[in-house]
Design a protein. Structure first.
Length: 258
């Protein structure tokens, strides 16, 4: 079996506040944009890896704020979504794209089965094992985890995409326990445009593996939140919009019985 990671690389996942007391668990599938040294940056320059195709811009700042504010554990990925997308079914569309929003990714061309399997075993599986471990630990402590997937979205795709007007989008599938009151709380501010399953749908399992595989499979309340990247592209902006979301999350959590 091909090996991928070496001692020059970061761990496949990281955690913040692992012993936090909250029932909230934040997960961040596209947190950073590292590439294993053995893959030579996938043949891409820094400016391409720094685009939205490489990771969720601004979400590390937003996630750190939310994890600290709520004293909540956060599990996050460390490698670029271009190496393997931790929110896609391995081997499925978008898992290891050869082209991403008009950018060719040479390091993903003509991958062998062994190369794909190495990325799954060394990056994807440890990250998802960490989420499972944290859920089990919280349940063992008598807490039913409420899982929040953290993401950000580009205002417009390079290849002719239309403008996406929402500042924040809430994604959900069948479980509306948290989604409905959260959307209502956010929409109390009439100046905001809040997406309900926009700019993506939580009902599309092809773009929402993590919530399907973990909280939905266990019957745990959950949503994904999407922040527009032009609003959270610096630390101050990320904190501002994470605070807006956090305020609404507090209201939503207080209004429901879980």
């Amino acid at each position: 079996m091909a090996t991928l990671l070496t001692d020059r690389d970061p761990a496949p996942f990281g955690e913040r506040n692992p012993d936090g007391s909250s029932r909230l668990l934040f997960i961040s599938d596209h947190h950073r944009n590292a590439v294993p040294a053995s893959l030579d940056r996938l043949g891409l320059p820094d400016d391409e890896l720094g685009r939205h195709i490489g990771y969720d811009i601004g979400i590390e700042w937003a996630g750190n704020y939310l994890s600290d504010r709520f004293d909540a554990p956060m599990v996050h990925s460390c490698f670029s979504r271009l190496v393997i997308d931790c929110n896609r079914v391995p081997g499925g569309p978008g898992s290891m794209p050869e082209v991403a929003d008009g950018t060719e990714v040479p390091g993903n061309w003509a991958l062998t089965d062994a190369q794909r399997e190495a990325r799954r075993l060394e990056i994807f599986e440890p990250y998802h094992d960490a989420i499972r471990h944290r859920i089990h630990a919280m349940e063992a402590d008598g807490r039913m985890p409420v899982v929040i997937g953290l993401h950000s979205f580009t205002p417009q795709l390079r290849d002719g995409g239309t403008w996406r007007p929402w500042e924040i989008g809430i994604l959900w599938n069948e479980d509306e326990r948290l989604a409905r009151p959260l959307i209502e709380a956010l929409r109390e501010d009439l100046a905001l445009s809040i997406g309900d399953n926009e700019p993506y749908s939580g009902r599309d399992s092809g773009v929402g593996f993590s919530l399907y595989a973990h909280p939905e499979a266990r019957g745990l309340p959950h949503v994904a939140v999407e922040f527009r990247q032009d609003l959270i592209g610096d630390e101050a902006g990320a904190r501002k919009w994470a605070e807006i979301f956090g305020n609404a999350l507090e209201i939503a959590l207080a209004s429901i019985t879980l």
